[in-house]
Design a binder for this molecule. Structure first.
Ligand code: MIC
Ligand code: SF4
Length: 754
């Protein structure tokens, strides 16, 4: 148990710290004297100060020391720009950057990749040089999607990882606690500060029975999303256990953890088990598996009698395949009901496009199962009726399925193999089969399906489900098709039923690594020059925000009162805007353009309170800012749900916003707002949201006395009529209040260094 085992095959200097982790757990156990869940062991094992840390689930802020940081290209730009302002020679915690979000799907893998390399040259060059300079591992375009690469290379049981992407929890499939954060949080850890997380509650999900037939791991999380809804996991870690766990593949567990992001969970995790061992062995990490086995009982699983804050049981024997959507990932419909519901709801019945792969579902097992369905259809003379796209999660998966034949099957089936990248999942999709505004249905094996996400068409009804079902729908071309009960007609008009999908969890031979896409930081880093052109429209160095002037916010206009769901895709749209992720000024022109104005039910059309002029949201914000007028935003429930993109917080700060007042926030977005020096506040009384008119002005009083647990006084002054007063709550602790006072967390960090 004392051996030195490397964390991965890429970094010779980083070792696994089980011994230290276990010592920490013992310290905390002596203090709390109770059994721990697995997630708690990982958290407490990574405490900065286990002796003195306050620990109350759902209450205390934990100070943690993560093992590593991972960033994807769309968020890494801003993270690295912030890290550069911190003025450190290199990162203090092992970090990698992954190029996956900026590749647009158009005509197929190799050509799309070449096009992306050309279009994004400046950004890739910035990331390649900055990573080299600051001692960060760099996975270039074509290497694959961050979460797949992390699972294949960096994740290990018992580790704590933070990643600047909300689907970082994918690595929970390998027993790691992997948490999505904003870039500013990542910068703290890169700069050797402890990372802060509100001690999560733990939701236990007990799996019994065994999956079979058309049901797959994805259905566990689709079902759970239906039970818990998009905010049911807020402030909690979902920890799986029970005998049903052992029959799942490691990548299947990854899928379940990945989409835990859609229920707002801090992360999701499975205890170390034989499937993880098998996966580690197959991915050249047998020594880690062996080492983990030595710690399985005391560190890498829950204690007997561990208590959960909430308990849910799912019986895999009776679990049906599910299809979730449209427009929200928690609208879960079991396949047996889908036909009726779809007709009743008037969802377009023709399936136009089936998309498999993405970070959620692109394992060898997923590919093999879908290929088995495609082969069966082709044996009956059928091909895909719908457009069918395949997104391998990594170059390793692509190369392996090319070698083993599944890729050829997809091509024969009529499929289009896209680059190893996010592609249509994040709106990087040059879709041409329909016109913008046409009502239509697409079905994917992805995780998210917010309005307009994939193709910028608000009329696209996007459903998420398993790759198996996507493939079946693509063959039938109809959303009413239930492969468990319905027949298809073969080429001679004879009826037949598709055979149940089959497939190995892992390839028989070792994975084929494919092309070499990894750049290790060089020995001589001092001489590396990082270029940011002052005239670039894609990259812009950051200027520190001004500190708080010590004054209350008085009579501030409401930039927009947003109606209904306000996700990060509404606040800072992706797709075409991804190209400005390194340029704060340019990307700010998309602020809230997808949000619906409560006044007129329209997107991106708000009225300037003082001039009466109707204009876009960013334009109106800029006109307030340039007049020196601070403004607020009013919003509803789970505001900022979805992505980790901190642009959704940087933009309102850059545009002169002061406070964001909502019924509730999604975790990452709330932290991002605090870090950038905005005030995220919540209505104590949810009815106040209704009471506020967008033409009212808002005062926030007593901010000098802002303190943990103490509500903020808000006075609302309507245009005509009496002013009224109410209270807003917040989740600030003392240190975070400093971020507000300094103008941002980064300003605070810079001040501390002086
Ligand atoms: C997403 O799935 O929405 C993204 C794009 O991966 C985001 C990150 C981003 O906006 O850059 C996420 O999930 O955090
Ligand atoms: Fe990329 Fe989609 Fe995964 Fe986000 S959810 S990392 S956009 S594949």
């Amino acid at each position: 148990r004392d051996s030195k085992v490397r964390q991965n095959i890429w970094e010779a200097e980083n070792f696994i710290n089980y011994k230290k982790n276990l010592e920490n757990v013992k310290i905390v156990r002596d203090r709390l004297k109770r059994p721990f869940t697995y997630a708690e062991k990982i958290l407490y094992g990574h405490l900065d100060k286990p002796h003195e840390q306050d620990i109350e689930r759902g209450v205390s802020y934990l100070k943690l020391r993560p093992d590593r940081v991972a960033c994807q290209d769309a968020t890494a730009q801003m993270a690295i720009l912030q890290f550069m302002s911190a003025g450190m020679p290199q990162v203090a915690t092992p970090t990698t950057v992954h190029c996956d979000h900026l590749i647009q799907a158009q005509i197929g893998g190799p050509k799309d990749l070449a096009r992306a390399k050309d279009l994004n040259k400046e950004v890739y060059n910035f990331l390649a040089t900055a990573t080299a300079k600051y001692n960060i591992g760099f996975w270039g375009p074509g290497s694959g999607i961050i979460h797949q690469i992390v699972l294949e290379n960096y994740a290990f049981p018992g580790a704590l990882l933070i990643g600047t992407d909300s689907h970082t929890p994918n690595a929970g499939g390998l027993g790691q606690l992997a948490i999505g954060v904003g870039g500013a949080d990542a910068v703290d850890v890169m700069a050797d500060l402890a990372w802060e997380l509100k001690a999560p509650k733990i939701i236990g999900v007990k799996l019994t029975g065994k999956l079979s037939g058309w049901t797959s791991p994805k259905d566990v999380i689709l079902k759970l999303a239906g039970i818990l809804t998009v905010k049911g996991g807020t402030g909690a870690i979902v920890e799986y256990f029970g005998e049903g766990v052992d029959a799942l593949s490691c990548t299947g567990m990854g899928t379940i953890c990945n989409m835990g992001a859609e229920i707002g969970a801090t992360t999701s995790v499975f205890p170390f088990n034989p499937s993880m061992e098998a996966y580690l062995n197959k991915t050249s990490r047998a020594s880690i598996a062996e080492f983990a086995n030595l710690y399985q009982k005391d560190l890498l699983s829950a204690d007997e009698g561990a208590e959960y804050d909430q308990l849910i049981e799912i019986d895999l024997n009776t679990l049906e395949p599910h299809v979730n959507g449209p427009f929200t990932p928690d609208l879960a419909t079991p396949i047996s009901k889908l036909k009726d519901v779809a007709v009743e709801q008037g969802w377009p019945l023709e399936v136009k496009v089936g998309l498999i792969g993405s970070c959620t579902n692109s394992s060898y097992e997923d590919m093999e199962r879908s290929a088995s369905i495609a082969r069966d259809a082709m044996a009956h003379g059928l091909k895909s009726k719908a457009i069918y796209t395949v997104t391998p999660g990594s170059e390793q998966i692509r190369a392996t399925i090319e070698r083993d034949g599944q890729l050829q099957t997809f091509l024969d089936f009529g499929g289009l193999v896209l680059a190893n990248a996010c592609g249509p999942c994040i709106g990087q999709w040059d879709r041409r089969d329909i016109k913008k505004g046409d009502k239509n249905t697409i079905v994917s094996s992805y995780n998210r399906n917010f309005t307009a996400r994939n193709d910028s068409n608000p009329q696209t009804h996007a459903f998420v489900t398993s790759p198996d079902l996507v493939t079946a729908f693509a063959i039938a071309g109809d959303l009413r098709f239930n492969p468990l009960t319905d027949t298809l007609k073969d080429k001679d008009g004879k009826e037949f039923k598709l055979a149940e999908p089959t497939g190995l969890g892992l390839p028989i031979r070792d994975y084929d690594p494919g092309m070499d896409t990894y750049q290790h930081p060089p020995e001589d880093r001092a001489s590396v020059v990082v270029d940011v052109s002052p005239t670039s429209d894609r990259l812009q160095l950051l200027t520190p925000f001004k500190p708080w002037d010590g004054k209350d916010g008085i009579d501030m206009p409401i930039l927009i009162k947003s109606l209904g769901k306000t996700t990060t895709d509404h606040i800072s749209m992706a797709g075409p805007w991804l190209k400005y992720r390194g340029h704060l000024q340019n990307i700010s022109n998309n602020y809230m353009i997808g949000a619906i104005n409560a006044v007129n039910g329209e997107a991106n059309n708000v009225q300037n309170l003082y001039t009466g002029v109707w204009n876009g949201v960013p334009e109106t914000a800029i006109s307030y800012r340039d007049e020196g007028i601070r403004w607020v935003v009013v919003g509803g429930e789970n505001f900022g749900e979805g992505s980790s993109r901190e642009h959704a917080a940087l933009e309102p700060r850059f545009l002169g916003g002061f406070a964001i007042i909502t019924k509730s926030f999604a975790r990452i977005h709330e932290t991002n707002l605090k870090k950038q020096g905005l005030l995220p506040l919540n209505f104590v009384n949810h009815d106040d949201y209704e009471k506020i008119n967008p033409t009212d002005v808002i005062s926030l009083l007593g901010l000098k006395e802002l303190a943990p647990g103490k509500n903020v006084k808000m006075v609302v002054r309507p245009k005509d009529g009496e002013a009224w007063e109410t209270e807003l709550s917040h989740t600030y602790n003392n240190e975070q209040i400093e971020w507000f006072k300094y103008g941002s967390a980064l300003n605070k960090m810079a001040a501390a260094k002086k």
